[in-house]
Design a binder for this molecule. Structure first.
Ligand SMILES: Cc1cc2nc3c(=O)[nH]c(=O)nc-3n(C[C@H](O)[C@H](O)[C@H](O)COP(=O)(O)OP(=O)(O)OC[C@H]3O[C@@H](n4cnc5c(N)ncnc54)[C@H](O)[C@@H]3O)c2cc1C
Length: 289
């Protein structure tokens, strides 16, 4: 692969990496390289110097009080295989397992998936549903942003030049006695596996013993400039049973939450129909849970 990069630096600490990024305008972080190498080759991104994040200790998943902290350099394979993530954030585990094929999952990182800013980033809807926060650091200090404020548009995030994502914070919730939780991630593409999403849905419902929805959180990918929470559909469903009437109302409401475009992968109209179908299937499953 021919990429116009003159230098690769492998800092041994976050401070060293931040110093290079602050000092050099042509420097860009690289984690797994599964997005960046392709973009450099195609001339869609430029970098004179790559700052390899591999030795900064940013990989790993740990319990942090009432939350799980996922390091930015944690691979999709590690996320998908983690028992705590599978148990508490099954949509994220499933999304990570659907990022490309297994060799890609062994290199692709969570930080890279977010920092790349793709509307189709598969982990983003799951993180929206988890109400995750993203920790970013720069030479100026550390800040934490809700994931919804981190994602700004196609190829755009809230990262300022010289900032690094260091981790993603996933708050753990407690289920009231008798309530059941259902959480899913599904994506639609031209084939079942190894595709960039045409539409993706991450959804979490908590169902009370009487069958009504105590909590419903919905987020979609590839249907707007960023992955989005479907707040109108959530409000429509709040407190109701996911019966036929509620499902019909939700299918209409979700259309207000999305703004898909026609592109090479699918027409906008297909995306609108697919979003409604994925939501309906999820609600049917929640009704049976
Ligand atoms: C064959 C193939 C299939 C793919 N399939 C999918 C798919 O199904 N779903 C999907 O969502 N994606 C897919 N991707 C895209 C890609 O694998 C993911 O987005 C991946 O998570 C990117 O992570 P990375 O570590 O490789 O990032 P890199 O390529 O290393 O970096 C991506 C961007 O993020 C920046 N960056 C990386 N880490 C940080 C950090 N910690 N702080 C600040 N900036 C950072 C880099 O500067 C760069 O701009 C696919 C890619 C390929 C090549």
């Amino acid at each position: 692969m021919d990429v116009p990069v003159r230098e690769v630096i492998r800092p041994a600490s976050i401070a060293e990496a931040l110093a290079v990024l602050a000092a050099r305008e042509d420097a860009r972080p690289i984690a797994g390289g599964t997005d960046l190498m392709v973009q450099l080759r195609d001339g869609r991104r430029l970098a004179g110097c790559l700052v390899d994040l591999g030795r900064l200790g940013l990989a790993g998943i740990r319990r942090a009080g009432e939350a799980i902290e996922v390091g930015a350099a944690t691979t999709m394979d590690a996320i998908a295989a983690d028992a705590g993530i599978q148990r508490s954030f099954p949509a994220l585990a499933r999304a990570a397992r659907q990022v490309g094929a297994w060799p890609i999952q062994c290199r692709a990182t969570l930080g890279g998936n977010l920092a790349n800013g793709s509307p189709a980033a598969d982990t983003a809807p799951a993180l929206l549903v988890a109400e995750a926060t993203v920790t970013v650091v720069s030479a100026a200090g550390t800040r934490r942003l809700p994931i919804a404020e981190f994602l700004l548009g196609p190829g755009r995030t809230a990262l300022a030049p010289g900032e690094l994502v260091t981790s993603v914070h996933l708050p753990l919730g407690k289920l009231p006695p008798g309530d059941r939780a259902v959480e899913r991630f599904v994506k639609v593409g031209p084939r079942r596996e190894q595709v960039i999403s045409v539409v993706s849905l991450a959804a979490r419902a908590v169902i009370r013993p009487d069958g009504t929805l105590a909590v419903v959180r919905l987020a979609l990918g590839s249907v707007a400039p960023t992955p989005v929470r479907a707040l109108t559909a959530e409000r429509t469903l709040a407190g109701r049973r996911p019966d036929v009437a509620a499902r019909r109302d939700a299918a209409r409401a979700v259309q207000h939450d999305i703004a898909p475009i026609d592109d090479v992968r699918a027409p906008a109209r297909y995306r609108r129909i697919a979003a409604a179908v994925l939501l309906d299937r999820f609600l049917q499953e929640a009704a049976r849970a």
